[in-house]
Design a protein around this ligand. Structure first.
Ligand code: AMP
Ligand code: MG
Length: 420
């Protein structure tokens, strides 16, 4: 599930590794139970069953052109200089057709998508005729089968068209709907309650006192949840008050498959999340050997045993922690693999120093140039720097045992926002 589980020797005593913390989360969170979802809601969900086509596509022989349905043998001698004239015995439109048959030596006007009448085996396009109504001049010979889309020539009833695990995108959803599936068996999107904590936090668009700030995290995390394919319920900021936090959590649990909080898990006097959650369930708080993002917690809440992941409050720490721990957790609940964003190699554009013993996630700008993939570290590494975070599109991963990466080295990056 996780990568190499060997504990790097440089990790300080008393800290757990990123791999250990992630492993603990992934072990505790099982996939949600699959059920029939409306096909329109299934974008990005992995199909939970093999899909066998219940019908043929095309479902009936139909015309690929606007023109005249004929028997090919009746027009075998037709040419522009010596057309064959046939009586037109009817007109068939897509969606307005009754079962119909023609006899030898006749033609029927037919529109694209309309069923080809019995007896006819080809369609002559308008362009090769005089577009006659009572009778038509056919100016070309056609092969049997010309301009006819035959039953089952695309998909046959009984074919395996999508196998279990296929992630449903627009094309698969189009196919499902074309085969008549109004619902599709898939694991549901996890419902993730996002809650930020801090007396200083105010909602964007409201008044700021001199010592308050806007609550960026709950928006950023809710957006991250949605980008991961899950459903986000963003609860605004909750005060640093044990009772308020407990009530907010109790109220949210009914709609949560997972709760994600930010803030209140450091050593400060007002860091009440730790204290409160320890009383409410099994949440365990650890120091993880990573930078940013050291204080992390995971466990379950109340008798419902709703899983909760607590992230640090500094915005960059919260973001990186989401990428590293919450995104894989959500994907596991949805049954999407791989759980973790794949590492992409890129050539480093400037040096990075790193503290030994910690896995560092350095914000970077990733681009593919004519010389290959390149990543440039972004200045301003402190974890409050939202402005610098928004300039990044990748995280450069510096291993626990690495203390420096040099310009020109091939390094591992997580390319953000990229579907996988
Ligand atoms: P905490 O982990 O609660 O001690 O918060 C650490 C730092 O992150 C403090 O400077 C907080 O003001 C800031 N912070 C906490 N939560 C948020 C949030 N939701 N949005 C923006 N900044 C936050
Ligand atoms: Mg706080």
């Amino acid at each position: 599930m996780a990568e190499a589980r060997v504990r790097p020797s440089s990790v300080p005593d008393g800290l757990i590794t990123v791999e250990d913390h992630l492993e603990r989360i992934l072990r505790a969170l099982g996939p949600l139970e699959a059920y029939d979802q409306p096909v329109v809601e299934s974008l990005g969900l992995p199909l939970h069953e093999n899909l066998i086509a219940p019908i043929d596509l095309p479902r009936f022989d139909n015309s690929a052109m606007d023109g005249y349905a004929v028997r090919a043998e009746d027009v075998a001698d037709a040419s522009a200089s010596s057309p064959v004239t046939l009586p037109v015995v009817g007109e068939i439109h897509a969606g307005g057709a009754k079962p119909f048959a023609i006899s030898a030596g006749t033609a029927v006007k037919i529109m694209t998508g309309a069923p080809v009448p019995r007896g006819a085996d080809a369609v002559v396009p308008y362009e090769q005729t005089n577009r006659g109504s009572a009778s038509v001049e056919i100016r070309t010979a056609v092969q049997a089968g010309a301009n006819v889309r035959t039953t089952g020539s695309d998909v046959q009833a009984g074919d395996l068209v999508l196998s279990a695990g296929t992630v449903l995108g627009p094309r698969e959803i189009g196919l499902l709907a074309s085969l008549g599936s109004g619902r599709v068996r898939a694991r549901p999107r996890p419902r993730v309650v996002v809650l930020s904590t801090g007396n200083e936090l105010r909602d964007p668009g409201t008044h700021l006192e001199y010592d308050s700030i806007y609550d960026g995290n709950s928006y950023m995390l809710a957006a991250s949840v949605r980008a991961a394919g899950a459903i986000a319920y963003r609860v605004g900021a909750v005060a640093d008050d044990a009772r308020v936090l407990r009530d907010a959590l109790a109220e949210q649990l009914v709609r949560a498959d997972l709760v994600v909080t930010s803030g209140g898990v450091s050593e400060g006097d007002k860091d009440i999340v730790k204290q409160t959650l320890t009383e409410l369930g099994t949440v365990q708080f650890d120091k993880v050997a990573m930078q940013p993002g050291k204080p992390q917690g995971f466990g379950t809440l109340f008798e419902e045993e709703t899983p909760i992941i607590t992230l640090p409050g500094n915005p960059v720490s919260a973001y990186v922690s989401f990428e590293v721990f919450v995104l894989p957790a959500i994907r596991r609940m949805m049954g999407r693999t791989p759980y973790r964003r794949p590492m992409v190699h890129a050539v480093l554009a400037s040096d990075i120093q790193s503290k030994p013993g910690f896995r560092q996630y350095v914000r970077g700008f990733f681009e593919v140039t004519h010389r290959g993939a390149k990543v440039t570290p972004i200045q301003g590494h402190e974890s409050h720097r939202m402005g610098a975070l928004a300039k990044a599109n990748a995280l450069i991963v510096v291993g626990e045992d690495e203390t420096a990466l040099n310009m020109g080295d091939t390094v591992r990056t997580l390319v953000l926002d990229r579907p996988f």
